[in-house]
Ligand binder design. Structure first.
Ligand code: SF4
Length: 244
């Protein structure tokens, strides 16, 4: 059976209705634009060692532009940081035709359709994980995953006993490990020398309230860069840096 292309997926009735409604109604300041209004594909270099995973596209951000983290405040914060750290050729991301090129990083989200109030239902998350699973398997050089927020962390933790994090899913399932509590800066060894780093989500609210600052995010990206080298990943090995 041929795998469904993410852009063609209509599995979640509630989200299909929502993304289409938003695309027709539009925000006043974007009335002249054509909204994407479909599931948003991942963006960047799939052969990269670093994967950044968020929650879902924003109704007037990715759902408008058709590119992950593009067209909203979270994206402004993220792409500016990626540019500072040499992962992007420009400091902003306006639309899919702006010439932005990412280097050594691939950007995705757990859920590919914009959800009402940025809150997907558990069954919508579970349905959409098929795309994350598939992409993880396709990322042959993956070393580090940056989970933006607890939603992404929880979803990735659920996949820890599956490839590419293990070569023997049956054996892993018989030895469950305790889940560390989400916190900014948490590092988790997922397996097969692939590590996860957690950050607060760069949402407008988190940035405005300074729960997440540029300096904090710079530190996270430096750690991602360091962990993405083969030597560093090996050093972390099975060590799980969790809450004290
Ligand atoms: S959220 Fe995911 S599974 Fe649901 S319709 Fe969108 S692309 Fe399909």
């Amino acid at each position: 059976m041929t795998a469904v292309k993410v852009e063609d997926c209509k599995k979640c009735e509630r989200l299909v209705k929502f993304r289409t409604k938003i695309a027709l109604e539009k925000k006043l300041c974007h009335q002249d634009e054509e909204y994407w209004g479909k599931p948003v594909p991942s963006f960047g270099a799939q052969e990269a060692p670093l994967l950044i995973c968020g929650l879902a596209p924003a109704a007037h951000g990715g759902n408008r532009t058709g590119r992950m983290f593009t067209g909203d405040r979270s994206g402004d914060f993220l792409y500016e940081a990626l540019y500072r750290h040499g992962y992007a050729n420009r400091p902003d991301s306006k639309n899919s035709g702006d010439g932005l090129i990412l280097k050594e990083v691939y950007i995705t989200a757990v859920v590919r359709c914009a959800p009402p109030d940025n809150k997907p239902l558990p069954e919508e998350r579970d349905a959409c994980m098929q795309f994350l699973r598939r992409e993880l398997l396709e990322m042959k050089n993956l070393k580090t995953i940056l989970a933006l927020g607890s939603f992404a962390y929880d979803a990735l933790w659920k996949l820890r006993n599956d490839p590419p994090f293990t070569n023997d899913p049956a054996a892993e399932k018989t030895s469950p490990s305790a889940k560390p509590k989400f916190r900014h800066g948490l590092e988790v060894a997922l397996g097969n020398e692939i590590n996860m780093v957690c950050s607060y989500h760069p949402s407008q609210r988190n940035v405005f309230t300074k729960l997440l600052t540029k300096e904090m995010f710079d530190d996270i990206l430096l750690r991602c860069r360091s962990m993405s080298s083969r030597e560093e990943s090996a050093k972390i090995g099975a060590v799980q840096k969790s809450d004290p």
